[in-house]
Write a protein that binds this ligand. Structure first.
Ligand code: ADP
Ligand code: MG
Length: 368
């Protein structure tokens, strides 16, 4: 196992990149700590696979270095780096049995046959394929083949890291949760450094201790699920994570007050007037209905019952604002305002979160 350091990394698929737009991966410095389970989360095309392939050695970056502990491995291949990688679509030897497919990485390394038999059995039960060990892989469903790929990625205990690139894409929805739980159990048991790529926030938040969020070739935040929820460092993290995501409203901010189209919104922190495109961000979980003079005037569009709670869809100044309301709550007649919990409002300038100078204490809040 190893700590993986990305030092001044960048990658372009073009031979002569000119501008930043030509880079699939913009300037990146990052440390993947030994033994942690990370999710790498971002929308399709943001550079996740590019980054993963650079870590595994399938791709040499245009710029920068990769270190495994203190060793520069930038020009080493995957085998030399001792990495296991599982891809989005199954890579399985059709003419081999399921058991031989699973044993392949171990035989390749000349491991003891008794150990191989035991380990293959262990992995087979983990992926729920005990009964199929003697069967040829040809003719199995894509779903079953991908389980073999996953098993093969997990079979070696001595790898430096295991990389998963959207490994559950072709897996049946019922099985997804179970396999993810198995991967987590495997991590707890062996403590491998794991990087799990996904565009699915639920997968990311349930699999990993730390989530690395990518957007447009950049890492925009590394944090625990709680940190991504409470203090999204970039507006993308705000609206990509959460359902619905964070509400973002254009504002002018000074002191501990935001002004949105002539309406005042109290903030939980004190700010020096930030420049650029300023927005306030509030998660729908911290929005409540009000009437009278309090809060922002909105047009309520509809209410969706999603079981555990309701989502109120409204508009302020022609842009959507959502609130999460408790199950069974009825919206009072005449309610046409939304109120934000001040300490839950984040401020953004040109999409990046502005850190408040200090928080507004309980006493000054009353004075506002
Ligand atoms: P993700 O895995 O997050 O969907 P990728 O890393 O596959 O994103 O792609 C990042 C960007 O690089 C995309 O714009 C994609 O079109 C481009 N790209 C990926 N692979 C290649 C390639 N082999 N040649 C040229 N461009 C590529
Ligand atoms: Mg990809």
């Amino acid at each position: 196992m190893t700590q993986i350091t990305l030092d001044n990394l960048a990658h372009s698929y073009l031979p002569n990149p000119q501008s930043e737009d030509d880079f699939a991966l913009k300037q990146l410095d990052h440390v993947w700590k030994d033994g942690e389970a990370y999710a790498l989360l971002g929308a399709s095309g943001c550079g996740k696979s590019t980054l993963l392939n650079i870590i595994s050695g399938l791709l040499v970056p245009s710029r920068g270095r990769i270190l495994f502990d203190d060793k520069d491995v930038t020009h080493q291949d995957t085998v030399a780096r001792n990495i296991a990688q599982v891809f989005q679509f199954p890579v399985v030897y059709d003419t081999m049995t399921v058991g031989d497919n699973l044993a392949f990485p171990l035989r390749n390394r000349g491991m003891d046959p008794a150990y191989i038999a035991k380990r293959v059995q262990q992995i087979a039960s983990m992926i729920g394929m005990d009964d199929l060990l003697k069967r040829k892989a040809r003719g199995l469903t894509a779903d079953a083949k991908q389980k073999i790929s996953l098993g093969r990625g997990m079979v070696r205990e001595d790898v430096n890291a295991i990389l998963f690139d959207e490994p559950l894409t072709v897996i049946d929805p019922h099985m997804k949760w179970e396999l993810r739980t198995q991967l987590k159990a495997l991590h707890n048991e062996f403590g491998h450094t794991m990087i799990y790529v996904t565009h699915d926030q639920t997968e990311a938040l349930t699999f990993a201790d730390k989530v690395v969020v990518m957007h447009d070739g950049r890492v925009v935040q590394l944090g625990t699920p709680e940190e991504l929820f409470d203090t999204p460092e970039h507006t993308f993290v705000g609206y990509f994570i959460g359902s619905p995501g964070m509400n973002l409203i254009d504002a002018e901010v000074s002191g501990s007050m935001a002004h949105c189209g002539g309406h005042s919104v109290p903030l939980g922190g004190h700010y020096t007037a930030p420049g650029g495109h300023v927005q306030i961000g509030i998660r729908p979980e911290f929005v409540t209905i009000a009437s009278g003079e309090e809060g922002l005037p909105v047009t309520i569009k509809r209410i969706e019952d999603v079981g555990r709670h309701q989502i109120l869809r409204a508009e302020f100044a022609g842009k959507p604002v959502n609130a999460i309301l408790p199950e069974g709550m009825t919206v009072p007649a005449g309610a046409n305002r939304l109120k934000f919990a001040p300490e839950r409002v984040n401020v953004y300038a040109d999409d990046w979160r502005v850190t408040p100078l200090h928080s507004v204490s309980a006493t000054t809040k009353e004075a506002v």
